[in-house]
Write a protein that binds this ligand. Structure first.
Ligand code: UP6
Length: 273
């Protein structure tokens, strides 16, 4: 699937969130997702208004915002319409199905009511997908499973990763892809199992052009390594963009990562040599 264009893949996708994301990527020539990990509502909204034109997706951690209220969600939705991007709350659900269904639908944040895409750790087993799907499917939402992580020493490797892919395969209407560092095509498939027509989106954090990591285990790769060499579909960039001081600099970095991500994609779907 990764040698097809985003537009070709959008046509075939049945899940509304996956289809909308692929169409947005194509329309804006952007496979960039900005992760806006700041703690004040005003900063959060200001950064999103700056980077909005350059992104297909805005990733949030709404539980870190100190002055969170429902007006923030109203503003976020307005910005999503103004700049034409989708919203991904990076909640990383990890509990039993009944609990995650409540966490997804209810509480202060009511994530399912505004976030097109969210994600979950596969560690509790398939019940986590059933629980989240009970809330998200009627709303046309999509789920990503964390099949791999970007951090040094993480445990999401080998058979854990393969089992995450199998779990996704069993729920293809709601699980639209993975947080992962590489493509997952065919991983964990049984002999003779037909998996050629599956098209999981790979969204990849740990992307940076200027530094190799941080002091807490984060590891960065370039958009070229992620999209061209590893076949991932969306680059997720946080501090590399919002961490750059002035508004002008934030805009410049968003433009830079959009361009780098898109050039890497073009190199993948239409190689010159
Ligand atoms: N994230 C990772 N690695 C993972 C999964 N998620 O970094 O394996 C998330 C973090 C953060 C963002 O929660 O919001 O992606 C990366 O931010 P950064 O670019 O500032 O490092």
């Amino acid at each position: 699937a990764h040698l097809q264009t985003y537009a070709q893949r959008a046509e075939k996708h049945a899940n509304p969130a996956a289809k909308a994301l692929l169409e947005t990527i194509e329309r804006k020539s952007s496979n960039l997702c900005v992760s806006v990990d700041v703690t004040k509502k005003a900063d959060f909204l200001r950064i999103i208004d700056i980077v909005g034109p350059y992104v297909c997706l805005v990733k949030t951690h709404v539980d870190i915002i100190e002055d969170f209220d429902s007006s923030l969600i109203d503003r976020l939705k307005e910005l999503s319409a103004k700049h034409d991007f989708l919203i991904f709350e990076d909640r990383k659900f990890a509990d039993i199905g009944n609990t995650v269904a409540l966490q997804y639908s209810s509480g202060v944040h009511k994530i399912a009511s505004w976030s097109h895409i969210t994600n979950a750790h596969p560690v509790p087993g398939p019940g986590i997908v059933t629980g989240l799907a009970s809330v998200g499917t009627p709303l046309g939402r999509g789920l990503l499973l964390l099949a791999e992580m970007s951090t040094k020493g993480n445990l999401a490797t080998g058979t854990y990763t393969a089992d995450a892919v199998r779990m996704a395969r069993a729920h293809r209407d709601f699980v639209i892809g993975f947080i992962a560092m590489h493509r997952m095509d065919g991983i964990g498939a049984q002999a003779g199992e037909a998996v050629e027509d599956e098209d999981f989106l790979i969204l990849t954090p740990g992307v940076g052009l200027d530094v190799k990591g941080d002091s807490m285990g984060q590891q960065y790769r370039t958009p070229r390594e992620v999209v061209l060499e590893s076949g991932c579909d969306v680059i997720i960039v946080g501090r590399g963009i919002y961490g750059k001081g002035s508004d002008a600099e934030v805009r410049e970095q968003a433009e830079r990562y959009r361009r780098e991500g898109w050039v890497a994609y073009e190199g993948r779907v239409s190689p010159r040599s």
